[in-house]
Design a protein around this ligand. Structure first.
Ligand code: 13P
Ligand code: SF4
Length: 365
């Protein structure tokens, strides 16, 4: 007879250190039955338990290559969905706290994208003229939409390449949900700012005229990351005044003005690798989430490198923070008992279509 899963209530009160010890004990019992994937924004006391760390592209590739029965994803909901879609059918993808979402991903829904597609059809035939491109930070049903309509997924590390592929298919792109990644990537491939327009999903026909839609090369969804939009060009100016030899590196989810004034732009993995490979005794201003920046500052300190966070206020991804040692210990102890809690399972039909757009991306990048 099967026993009920262990309730989270018993873990809620655990101190971080005690939860950490229980994570280690459970992992020792589980051995290679479990692989722990961890995004770079995770808090230090979760990150310490990772088997594999990475940006979204690296983690989605490695999720599909793992042999473990259980993939425990310390990240956000869309990442665990990608792991489920790309892994083998018998593998189980788990998100330790189901409330760990991505507020940017929530800015585009299937209903709104389908409505946009219908409204665009009043001006041109979207299935002939527009490649839909979804940032990996989106729900599985939007990846399925792209799979069904000749589109593709991109991440922060391959977006320019993915745009090139998209324009080889059709003359325009509908890019969702992150306007900033879409704008920066378009600009990098030589598309001028006036050939990119914003689609506001709350307005009829996106708030655009027929002429604007006909003229546009990229239609950018009105979405953004609330963490990265905190960084301001003024933060960079202040840093450059104080440290003229300093270097600035930012994530492409930052605004166009911040990206333009940065020396380097890249995914979380690229940010880490660039600063680590940089010359000793350099000073860096980094425009991405605080957990990553604090960890990086510690890791490169011995080389005389100084790493500074770009904003004067604290910018953390509060949803990533939901994955704490207590939820991780709870998830793993349930697995030890043969119980799966918080499985992320994408419905089969949706997963099949989403896999098409993800595999197109993996083939291109
Ligand atoms: P990366 O793919 O660069 O890790 O970005 C994911 C993300 O959500 C950044 O906010
Ligand atoms: Fe989403 Fe922004 Fe958090 Fe990244 S940092 S997971 S884009 S809310």
């Amino acid at each position: 007879m099967q026993t009920a899963s262990i309730s989270f209530d018993r873990f809620n009160e655990l101190a971080d250190k005690a939860a950490g010890e229980r994570i280690r004990a459970a992992r020792a019992k589980l051995g290679d039955k479990v692989v722990l994937l961890c995004h770079h924004y995770q808090r230090a006391d979760v990150y310490a338990h990772a088997d594999i760390t990475g940006d979204s592209l690296k983690l989605s590739r490695l999720a599909s290559q793992s042999d473990a029965e259980n993939i425990v994803f310390c990240g956000v909901h869309f990442m665990a969905e990608v792991a489920d879609i790309l892994s083998r059918p018998e593998q189980i993808s788990i998100l330790p706290d189901l409330a760990a979402g991505c507020s940017m991903a929530d800015m585009a829904s299937l209903a709104k994208v389908e409505r946009a597609w219908r409204e665009l059809a009043a001006v041109l035939n979207p299935d002939e003229k527009i490649t839909p491109v979804t940032y990996i930070n989106s729900a599985a049903d939007l990846k399925a939409f792209c799979g069904e309509h000749g589109g593709i997924v991109c991440t922060s590390s391959n977006a320019p390449k993915i745009l090139e592929w998209s324009f080889a298919q059709r003359e325009k792109v509908l890019f969702f949900p992150d306007q900033h990644l879409g704008r920066w990537s378009g600009f990098k491939m030589g598309i001028s700012l006036d050939e990119m327009v914003i689609w506001n999903p709350d307005l009829e026909q996106g708030g655009l005229t027929r002429e604007q839609i006909e003229k546009a090369k990229i239609i950018l969804w009105h979405g953004y990351c609330s963490v990265h939009q905190m960084f301001q060009p003024g933060d960079i100016l202040k840093f450059r005044n104080q440290h003229p030899d300093g270097l600035v590196i930012s994530h492409p989810e930052c605004s166009f003005e911040v990206c333009k004034q940065s020396d380097y732009i890249g995914s979380t993995e690229t940010i880490l690798n660039t600063v680590k490979a940089g010359p000793p005794n350099t000073r860096w201003l980094v425009g991405t989430e605080l957990n990553l920046v604090e960890r990086l500052a510690q890791e490169v300190k011995h080389e005389g490198k100084i790493v500074q966070f770009m904003a004067s206020t604290i910018c953390m991804c509060s949803t990533m923070q939901r994955i704490d040692p207590q939820h991780l210990a709870w998830t793993l102890e349930n697995l030890v008992e043969g119980r799966v809690v918080n499985q992320i399972k994408v419905p089969e039909h949706e997963a099949k279509l989403a896999k098409i757009s993800l595999e197109r991306m993996l083939a291109v990048s």
